[in-house]
Ligand binder design. Structure first.
Ligand code: NDP
Length: 400
């Protein structure tokens, strides 16, 4: 069917590449481009020989001109951005200049402010509409599948959804005292920032990790969950009819929290540059360099993830409760694509999102969040491509 340019060659990109190669009817040709070309070449070497034709390229995705040149020479139908959130705008600019559709998995974040907001990317709406190209924002798991879950619930079960709790549990064990499951810099910035949720259309801010509960997850068991700010709250509060309150929760073990507290107390999680031996360094970036590479956790991680949404609302005037979730096994993912479940649960939806746009099912000029599209073909594809979902109409609810 067509060609995709995949930008980035990290944990998530590796899964996207594997999945595009499995789906060679849609992805006839891919180009893997990143700033460390060796990583792109290693992926090509691993996957070459199938039906999907693979090429690689060096690109600095902070440089719009270089991106434009690459897009003009490869001529993709879509750009899949699985580099870092800092590159979203330069890549969106390049897509705009070349008239190519765009998909990502995380919203833009300026390097010097840990602030997840859609305003920078939503500012491209009119330009994308005029150019007749589609941007699909947040096609990972959360954001991503969680938005599709909400859209699906809205379409099939509810007249209005009043309360949404998004629950992200990782019961995987990699055997290290401390490591993050995806890019440590992004992960730690997210967790050490203030928490927040939306109530009656307004953000309510909390101290970092201020709210904690225990939730008994299907197939995983009881886990400590903490309220975090998360980017999809912003778009879901606008796009899902009737939402009064929406929160995001993530599991962390006591061991993880203890390590993080110490690192924070000694200043290692700071994003303020400091001078060290005549050089400016950012403590968090230095910490990233000494922590295990998330891509190396694959062979060591055992256990499962469970990510989903619990919704409460009304149908025909009657109250209704609905829980939809996916359970993913780290070891199974590793067997299939050589990555742990965190990369897997992000990479599979990124491939599916790109497929939705490429096949025309989700073609909508403008800049769109994932829940703005018809959820049905995506839900079907999740079952087919490795992230089957389950539903319950009588889940245990969280505390208020
Ligand atoms: P990694 O750090 O493993 O990979 C990032 C890749 O981007 C690396 O290959 C890196 O290159 C490359 N890169 C960084 N800067 C540039 C640049 N300027 N030019 C070209 N390439 C660049 O991260 P992950 O794979 O874990 O995460 C990828 C994305 O997925 C992130 O945006 C993350 O926030 C998002 N994500 C989304 C989730 C969701 O559910 N929605 C969940 C998890 C992640 P190099 O190899 O040289 O470092």
């Amino acid at each position: 069917m067509g060609r995709a340019l995949i930008i980035g060659a990290g944990g998530v990109a590796s899964v996207v590449v594997h999945k595009c190669c499995q789906n060679s009817e849609v992805f006839e040709e891919i180009c893997i481009a990143s700033r460390t070309k060796e990583k792109c070449d290693a992926l090509k070497e691993k996957l070459e020989g199938g039906k999907t034709k693979i090429s690689t390229a060096y690109v600095d995705a902070d440089n719009t001109e270089m991106l434009i040149e690459l897009i003009n020479s490869f001529k993709p139908d879509i750009v899949i951005n699985v580099a870092l959130p800092y590159q979203d705008l330069t890549i969106m600019d390049a897509c705009l200049a070349t008239g190519v559709d765009y998909v990502d998995t995380a919203n833009y974040e300026p390097l010097d402010t840990a602030k997840f907001e859609y305003k920078w990317q939503w500012a491209y709406r009119e330009k994308y509409e005029k150019a007749g190209i589609t941007a699909l924002l947040g096609s990972g798991f959360d954001p991503g599948v969680t938005g599709v879950f909400c859209a699906y619930a809205m379409k099939h079960y509810f007249d209005e959804i009043h309360y949404i709790d998004i629950l992200d549990a990782n019961a995987g064990d990699h055997g290290y005292p401390f490591a993050t499951n995806f890019n440590p810099e992004i992960n730690i910035r997210e967790i050490t920032a203030k928490g927040s949720y939306i109530e009656n259309g307004k953000w309510v801010e909390t101290e970092p990790l201020e709210f904690k509960q225990v939730y008994d997850f299907p197939e995983i068991g009881p886990k400590d969950i903490y309220l975090l700010h998360h980017e999809e709250l912003e778009s879901l509060a606008l796009n899902i009819k009737g939402v009064k309150k929406i929160r995001f929760w993530m599991t962390f073990s006591e061991k993880y929290i203890n390590h993080l507290t110490v690192l924070e107390n000694v200043g290692m999680t700071s994003i303020e540059p400091i001078e060290y031996e005549g050089k400016q360094i950012v403590p968090l970036q230095f910490l990233k360099a000494v922590l295990p590479d998330p891509a190396s956790l694959g062979p060591r991680t055992k256990g499962k993830t469970n990510i989903g949404c619990i919704m409460q609302g009304v149908k025909d005037g009657k109250p209704l409760t609905y829980y939809v979730y996916n359970v993913c096994d780290h070891e199974e993912c590793y067997k299939e694509v050589g990555s742990q479940a965190i990369s897997y649960t992000t990479g599979v939806p990124a491939m599916i999102g790109a497929m939705m746009v490429m096949t025309g099912k989700w073609k909508k000029p403008g800049v769109n969040n994932i829940e703005e599209f018809d959820p049905d073909p995506f839900m079907e594809a999740l079952n087919k491509w490795g992230l089957p979902w389950k539903e319950s109409f009588s889940p245990t609810l969280l505390e208020e």
